[in-house]
Design a protein around this ligand. Structure first.
Ligand code: ADP
Length: 258
C-alpha cells in the first residue's frame, strides 16, 4: 500500500501521446505533492498543453499512466484487463482535476453564478441553494461580488477569467490545472488574474500551471518544469531554473523573455 503521507497527488509515469505521426509526449515523468505549485514552461509546441490535458484525460494518452491520489485517470484494470474508463467515470475523476482554460470557456448563456453552480449541482451533488451560496462566496473571493448575475458577455476578459478560476476552485479539486490563463488577455488585465492565482497558491492548493509569465512562475512556483520537444528537460526550484544556466536549451528559451 502506498503511504498516504508521501503518495503524490499527481503521479505521471512514462507518458506518451501522439497526434497521428507526430509524437508530442515522449515519456514524461512528473510527481506533484499536495500543496505544491508547479509551473510548466517551454517553447511553443513542446507539449505543455497536451501534458496538462492528459492529466484530466481531456486528451487521451497512448502509453504510461497518470494517477490522481493513486487512482489511474484514464483506464481501470480488472482481473489484469485494462479498459478505458466510461465517460461517466471520467466525469467523476475530472472533478478532481479542474481546469481553467486560455479562452475562459464560460457558458455564454449562463450568468457568472450559474456557470459556477452547474458543476456543483451536477458533479458534487449540491442543492441549488448550496451551490448558489458557494458561487457567491467564490465570486466574492475573486472580487466579483457585484457581478454574480452578470452574463459573460457583459464582463471584461479579466473578469471572465476570474469567473473561470472561481468555477474551478469552487469544486474543491485535488489539483487545479491552469492552461495559459492570461495569454488571451489584454496586458492591463493580466495582473488582476495573476493576483487571484497568487492568493490561491499561498493557501496551499495544489496547482499545475502552463505559463509564459516567467516572473510569475519564479514568484509562485515551488518547482519549474521546462519541457522541450516532448520531454521534461529540467524539473527544479525556480532559483535554479532562473539562476545560472548550464542548460543550453533553457538558456536560449529564457533569453527570449529577457
Ligand atoms: P505547447 O502547449 O507546448 O505549445 P501543445 O501541447 O499545444 O504544445 O502542442 C504540441 C504539438 O502537438 C504541436 O505541434 C501541436 O500542433 C500538436 N497538437 C496539439 N493538439 C493537437 C491536436 N488535437 N491534433 C493534432 N496536433 C495537435
Amino acid at each position: 500500500m502506498p503511504n498516504a503521507a508521501t503518495q503524490p497527488v499527481i503521479e505521471i509515469a512514462n507518458l506518451t501521446k501522439s497526434f497521428g505521426a507526430l509524437q508530442v509526449l515522449k515519456g514524461v515523468d512528473l510527481s506533484v505533492q499536495k500543496g505544491q505549485v508547479i509551473a510548466i514552461i517551454g517553447p511553443s509546441g513542446s507539449g505543455k498543453t497536451t501534458l496538462l490535458r492528459c492529466i484530466n484525460f481531456l486528451e487521451e494518452y497512448d502509453g504510461g499512466s497518470v494517477r490522481i491520489d493513486g487512482v489511474e485517470v484514464g483506464f481501470s484494470e480488472t482481473n489484469g484487463k485494462r479498459r478505458r474508463r466510461s465517460e461517466r467515470e471520467l466525469a467523476h475523476i475530472r472533478v478532481d482535476a479542474a481546469m481553467v482554460f486560455q479562452q475562459f470557456n464560460l457558458f455564454p448563456h449562463l450568468t457568472a453564478a450559474q456557470n459556477i453552480m452547474l458543476g456543483l449541482v451536477k458533479s458534487r451533488g449540491k442543492s441549488k441553494a448550496e451551490a448558489r451560496s458557494i458561487a457567491e462566496k467564490w465570486l466574492g473571493r475573486v472580487g466579483l461580488s457585484a457581478k454574480v448575475d452578470a452574463m459573460p458577455g457583459q464582463l471584461s476578459g479579466g473578469q471572465q477569467q476570474r469567473v473561470g478560476i472561481a468555477r474551478a476552485v469552487a469544486m474543491e479539486p485535488k489539483v487545479l490545472l491552469l492552461d495559459e490563463i492570461t495569454s488571451a488577455l489584454d496586458p492591463e488585465l493580466v495582473g488582476e488574474v495573476l493576483g487571484v492565482v497568487r492568493e490561491l497558491a499561498t493557501e496551499g492548493r495544489t496547482m499545475i500551471l502552463v505559463t509564459h509569465e516567467m516572473a510569475f512562475a519564479r514568484e509562485v512556483a515551488d518547482r519549474v518544469v521546462f519541457t522541450d520537444q516532448g520531454k521534461i528537460v529540467i524539473d527544479a526550484p525556480p532559483a535554479l531554473v532562473f539562476g545560472e544556466q548550464p542548460n543550453e536549451r533553457l538558456r536560449a528559451f529564457l533569453a527570449r523573455f529577457a
